[in-house]
Design a protein around this ligand. Sequence first.
Ligand code: C5P
Length: 237
Amino acid sequence: MTQHCAQPRLYVALDFPDRNKAEALVDQLDPTECGLKVGKELFTRAGPEYVRSLVDRGFPVFLDLKFHDIPHTVAQACRAACDLGVSLVNVHASGGRAMLVAAREAIPLGDTSPALIAVTILTSMAEADLIEVGVDRPLAGQVNALARLAKDAGLDGVVCSAWEAADMRTIFTQTAPVIVTPGIRLAGSALDDQSRVMTPEEAIAAGATSIVVGRPICRAPNPAAVAHAIAECIRDR
Ligand code: C5P
């Protein structure tokens, strides 16, 4: 028995303001080729019933709500996520050991359970931002310390930049660690607001176990073809 359900290699980020726009894309995607990431915007607009409908259509769903609250509240939120049948849940490692342990205890271990991963430091934060919130050690050290805390609390892995994936692999040494990397761009495609990017193949070679891709798929003239091409190029890596 593994600790969590199998993860798709590719999660497509449904960064849309409403259900209809998300549906236009989802209708073109194949649940055997990709999972779907639902973040705070779509969740707040479309709600848990929409998440459940995606699960019912056979898609693995990454519920990207980055829980960060007192341990009891986070545990209850994790239980609610399990009830929706999602495949991947995340919490902020900076919520501390008791919160991480409460999240871990709330999600049963087993091959039908969601994987539970941590956010260390948001990739939007630079060292100057950390200093303003009272963290004065170098950013990489803080990322590694939070990842170790998450590992100690029994979490399955982290969401991180592909540039951090190799370091994260040295911390999450268990079988089936879950190292999820956004900031993926196809060779030659627009960076948008991402700065440190890798291609899908590079990210997997660097240690990612799943990648998250949003705009390169959602804004393509033929999203289904791009999703299919990405899924194919990382399938057996
Ligand atoms: O459009 P793009 O491929 O850049 O989308 C990446 C997705 O991953 C977005 O939903 C973004 O919020 C999310 N994400 C990220 N960087 C992180 C964590 C999540 O880009 N560190």
